[in-house]
Design a binder for this molecule. Structure first.
Ligand SMILES: [Zn+2]
Length: 279
């Protein structure tokens, strides 16, 4: 027991690392590589049911629109964190008109729910703000933080100890994959949200999308929050006045990026079928 306590203490000490991108201390027990591997499995597990019902990428116009926006957001993301050029970037559009949501997992695996476009009547600029914000969470390793929290709270500290033991590699892999799915639905800390807002609006501006849309997006989000439509996005992303004020204040700093006349690079996403998870 005592030995376990020491191990745990060492783990927790190791767990607080300073994020090189944001400088903030994060509680991390899942490495980013581990998060990326688990996320690619969780991605398939989450999207396969939609694919089986014919509800994945089934609206060619909307899919083309989301892909085009994402392809413009990825180059500034890679410029922000160059090693992400090796990520297996992907975006899938889920036909779910009642759900207002979008996310990006560790490693650049993204999903966009049709309800976000339909319910908000979102413009390209506004969609770019959502996706920029979600990509920013991945760049700043927030999913690693979320997965760490999911594992620590849901599976208990024992699971963390198991993760470091090679004998339990397979169990650890399954736990991590489950945590990757749980992490998507966990609200981020306020600090993480501010980071994602700040980085996201910059990615969007560098991709040529109007920073003013960050404010109108949240105004629209706030309007639908009272309506019958289910907003998973709002449940993890509360939209207080302060958030809109902060984004509005960032707008002027983003204008030089937005107004830059040089050509915007495009990252061509490969058409990627969902692959069955490795057994
Ligand atoms: Zn967020």
């Amino acid at each position: 027991m005592r030995k376990f306590g020491v191990v745990l203490l060492l783990l927790l000490l190791a767990a607080c690392e300073t994020n090189p991108v944001t400088g903030r201390k994060q509680f991390i027990v899942v490495s980013e590589d581990q998060a990326i591997t688990s996320s690619s499995q969780a991605y398939v597990q989450m999207l396969q049911p939609y694919q089986q019902k014919g509800k994945l990428d089934n609206d060619p116009a909307l899919t083309a629109r989301i892909v085009a926006i994402t392809e413009r957001l990825i180059p500034p993301a890679i410029a922000y964190r160059p090693e992400t050029k090796d990520w297996d970037w992907s975006v899938k559009v889920i036909d779910d008109p009642k759900t207002v949501n979008a996310w990006c997992m560790a490693g650049g695996k993204m999903a966009f729910y049709s309800g976000l476009a339909l319910t908000l009547k979102a413009t390209d600029d506004e969609i770019a703000q959502v996706m920029g914000h979600e990509i920013a969470h991945a760049l700043a390793k927030h999913q690693t933080e979320q997965m760490s929290r999911a594992m620590a709270t849901q599976l208990g500290v024992n699971a963390i100890a198991i993760l470091t033991d090679a004998r339990y590699a397979k169990m650890a892999q399954q736990a991590a994959s489950a945590a990757a799915m749980v992490a998507i639905d966990l609200p981020n800390s306020r600090d993480a949200e501010s980071e994602a807002d700040r980085i996201g609006i910059e990615l969007a501006a560098k991709a040529g999308y109007d920073p003013a849309a960050a404010v109108t997006l949240w105004q629209k989000m706030a309007q639908v929050s009272g309506s019958a439509g289910k907003s998973d996005f709002l449940s993890t992303h509360p939209a207080p006045e302060k958030r809109m004020e902060a984004l509005a204040a960032l707008g002027p700093q983003m204008m030089p990026y937005y107004q830059d006349k040089s050509p915007r690079p495009v990252y061509k996403l490969k058409p990627q079928p969902l692959v069955a998870p490795a057994k």
